[in-house]
Design a protein around this ligand. Structure first.
Ligand SMILES: Cc1cc2nc3c(=O)[nH]c(=O)nc-3n(C[C@H](O)[C@H](O)[C@H](O)COP(=O)(O)O)c2cc1C
Ligand code: SF4
Length: 443
């Protein structure tokens, strides 16, 4: 292969990845209700490893059941979970692919909290419900903050014991760390609220506790926002953190011993800018019924999606309708990369070799991560290696995969990509439950 920056190894301090193409986190309900893992998860991750990415970043893995976003997702909240993650790691390693486990806590952004959390307000920086879904919320006490810090450290230790190649903190997109970091959400008056230094304290406490637990030589990256855009749906909400604030946080993270940064955007999830694309209102009107009992605004949202599709779409698309999804957040990664020395990954819409090549060559980032685009084409790295600029049937950014996630299997739901053959789409959606081989070799 000619020397192509896409396939040049990326050397972090304690981990080398064979290329610059990372599978970004894709959460979905494919494990057991109690948080134990299934063979479907192993087949799912294996599918991307065989496609040729250098590393897989798992979807959010809850460090405690109180912080899970969805049921039916494997957790890392107790030592009994270690053997399962070991199996995932072993399978992925068979394809010379690294496995980075994403540690997470939902805070008050729980799509479906699960029966254990029923009736319990979710833990957050604030007593205020989130503005979009209205999930019941309680401001954490200092004792609860310390407990969560310890839960992250224990999760990191378990990930190392499972043989993972590294960990990532889910430090963005509205989950617990955003709820502390964001000037628009955190309304505390103690040492965890107010100035940026205080709002970043939880994140930095967790970084120190993890380093103490796993040592200095275990790869540790943080996924963090460049810009929050907290006012994208409701202009009267605070805008949240700016790029300058995020640069400052990135520098503190680097100083605290973090090995790499993964730059995302948007202070809730999903957000009009993440993942950027269409707003498939008919799909969400169907699947959002799962969430109706979760929050005080969920019935309002459901009725709006179902009976006011035009208005819902217009509100969602208001600030993004002229944006191209591919590399839309690259300027945020670049701004952070210019101010730190550790490697920076960028996420958002990547599926064109020449675009990724340029992003790396011009110094905006060191590698990219991909979620929807790899879900549509798990063998995208093989297409790139064969000299193709794009897969023949690229991801359309229709976002139907995303809007199905609370209810239905993970995978690509754009029937047009299957030439209108619904049966073929269903076959692919179901295939990883049976460990079947459905890679798409480049022609
Ligand atoms: C169905 C779905 C689930 C996702 N789950 C997670 C997650 O668990 N953790 C996370 O950090 N990002 C998650 N993301 C965001 C992606 O990792 C990625 O950063 C974002 O979608 C932009 O990349 P893309 O345009 O290649 O999809 C998810 C995205 C999708 C579409
Ligand atoms: S459903 Fe398929 S085409 Fe649509 S955004 Fe998801 S992966 Fe891409």
């Amino acid at each position: 292969m000619v020397d192509d920056v896409l396939f040049r190894p990326l050397a972090f301090r304690h981990l080398t990845v064979k290329n610059r193409l990372f599978r970004s986190s894709i959460s979905g309900r494919i494990d057991n209700y109690d948080g134990s893992g299934t063979p479907a998860r192993i087949a799912w991750e294996d599918r991307f490893a065989r496609g040729g990415v250098g590393a897989i970043i798992s979807a959010h893995v809850p460090v405690h059941i109180r912080g899970r976003i969805l049921p039916n997702y494997a957790t890392i909240d107790r030592d009994e979970r270690i053997p399962f993650w070991q199996k995932v790691v072993d399978r992925v390693h068979q394809s010379d692919c690294k496995f980075i486990l994403q540690l997470s806590h939902s805070g008050h952004q729980q799509d479906v909290g699960g029966v254990e959390n029923l009736g319990l307000p979710a833990l957050s920086s604030t007593n205020q419900r989130d503005f979009f879904h209205g999930f019941p919320t309680k401001a954490m006490t200092i004792a609860e903050i310390k407990e969560v810090v310890a839960q992250f450290a224990a999760g990191a230790r378990r990930a190392r014991e499972a043989g993972c190649d590294g960990i990532e903190l889910h430090g963005c997109n509205g989950y617990l760390f955003t709820q502390f970091l964001s000037s628009a959400i955190n309304d505390r008056s103690d040492e965890y609220g107010g100035e940026l230094e205080n709002r970043a304290r939880l994140l930095l406490d967790v970084v120190s506790a993890i380093r103490r637990e796993v040592g200095a030589d275990f790869h540790f990256q943080v996924k963090t926002n460049g810009i929050d855009y907290n006012d994208a749906l409701e202009p009267w909400q605070g805008e949240g953190n700016t790029i300058d604030e995020s640069i400052q946080v990135a520098q503190w993270l680097e100083k605290a011993g973090v090995d790499a940064l993964h730059i995302s955007t948007g202070s809730y999830f999903p957000h009009p800018r993440n993942p950027l694309g269409q707003f498939p209102v008919a799909t969400i009107a169907r699947s959002y019924d799962t969430m109706i009992s979760s929050g005080s605004h969920t019935l309002r949202n459901y009725l709006a999606f179902r009976y006011l599709p035009g208005l819902s779409t217009a509100i969602w698309q208001r600030t993004v309708k002229d944006l191209e999804p591919e590399a839309a957040a690259l300027s945020q990664a670049r701004a952070i990369k210019e101010n730190v020395a550790i490697p920076v990954l960028s996420t958002g819409g990547y599926q064109t070799a020449s675009v990724i090549r340029e992003a790396i060559n011009d110094g905006s980032c060191d590698g990219v991560s991909m979620a929807r685009t790899l879900m549509a084409n798990p063998d995208l790295p093989k297409y790139f290696a064969a000299g193709e600029d794009r897969a023949p049937k690229p991801c359309s950014y229709c976002n139907k995969c995303l809007m199905n996630v609370v209810e239905n299997p993970l995978g690509c739901y754009d029937e047009n990509r299957f030439d209108g053959d619904r049966a073929a789409m269903m076959k692919e959606l179901m295939s990883f439950y049976g460990e079947s081989d459905f890679t798409q070799e480049p022609r």
